[in-house]
Design a protein around this ligand. Structure first.
Ligand SMILES: Nc1ncnc2c1ncn2[C@@H]1O[C@H](COP(=O)(O)OP(=O)(O)OP(=O)(O)O)[C@@H](O)[C@H]1O
Ligand SMILES: [Mg+2]
Length: 280
């Protein structure tokens, strides 16, 4: 079967004469309905890869296709959700969620029905008249999720959407996202630093390395759903992912810090669930 999303030999270079390789010859196939987590240290090109699929960036060489057609720019089939909700502060939750439908010229009655459906899906219907500043971080990300879903894209691209939330709120939103995914069967590409989050959510965990940014491992996750945050299998898998990524992260630190740096105690401290590579 043809993949829904395909990257073929994708390279993205920045800097003078393309001296810095954010991504080097990346090949990746994503099937319709898959939940793929991209996990790797800071700077390994996760956001770049997501932006290429979104059509917000163009590859330096290679090709990104969706349903076999080259991606030439953003499109309604693909929506992106970021770490910051990017809601309009002057609009109510309801109007924020309605906004993309207005832009797309969807008739009023259908807009109202769709906004109601998706606000109910994220449990914000009662809060629809509030403005973003009146909401908690978790509620803002719920609203952003409704806004990403309301156009009924087949592909949802999520760039660390829960990274700024506290651990408890994040656990709740993992369960919500998993439920919504089971209900809607979107294709999800979810970027995260957090190994536990990747193990909790993904059907696949695509691990990335850096200098140059590339895929180092593609791990199929066969755990049953719905999963639980404290599921032993999730914890075990998070440990496996973490061990693999630790090597890459140490490489980044070694290149960024003085020559004399050595990992204390034989390696980075490694409680599974830590955010890896942030703030290095
Ligand atoms: N607009 C840009 N101009 C120049 N260099 C860029 C640009 N965007 C990204 N880069 C570089 O490309 C590399 C990959 O960046 P990217 O943001 O994709 O990494 P990331 O894996 O998302 O990192 P993080 O986990 O910190 O979000 C980095 O070296 C970054 O400095
Ligand atoms: Mg990023």
């Amino acid at each position: 079967m043809e993949p829904l999303i395909a990257l073929r030999g994708v390279t993205k270079a920045w800097g003078a004469a393309g001296s810095r390789l954010a991504l080097s010859r990346v090949d990746l196939d994503i099937a319709e309905g898959e939940f793929v987590c991209l996990c790797g240290p800071s700077g390994c090109g996760k956001t770049t890869l997501l932006n290429l699929i979104a059509g917000l960036e163009r590859p330096t060489s290679g090709e990104v296709t969706v349903r076999g057609a080259p991606v030439r720019g953003p499109g309604p089939e693909r929506t992106v959700m970021f770490q910051e909700s990017a809601l309009f502060p002057w609009l109510s939750v309801q109007r924020n969620v309605e906004f993309p439908l207005e832009m797309a010229g969807v008739p009023r009655a259908e807009r109202a029905a769709r906004v109601e459906r998706y606000l109910k899906m994220v449990h914000l219907w009662r809060t629809r008249d509030s403005h973003p500043h009146e909401l908690s971080g978790g509620m803002r990300q719920r609203a952003a999720m409704a806004r990403a879903l309301v156009g009924e894209p087949s592909i949802l691209l999520m760039d660390e959407p829960f990274a700024a939330l506290d651990a408890q709120t994040r656990d709740v939103l993992h369960a919500e996202l998993e439920r919504i995914w089971l209900e809607t069967r979107k294709t999800v590409v979810f970027v995260t630093h957090n190994v536990r989050e990747a193990a909790r959510l993904g059907d696949r965990v695509v691990m990335m390395g850096t200098r140059p940014g590339r895929i180092t491992r593609d791990l199929a996750v066969k755990l049953a759903r719905p999963r639980e945050a404290n599921d032993q299998d999730v914890t075990t898998l998070a440990g496996v992912i973490e061990r693999e990524l630790k090597i890459e992260i140490e490489k980044v630190i070694r290149e960024e810090l003085d020559d004399a740096w050595t990992p204390a105690g034989g390696g980075l401290p490694g409680a599974a669930g830590r955010d890896l590579g942030g703030g290095i």
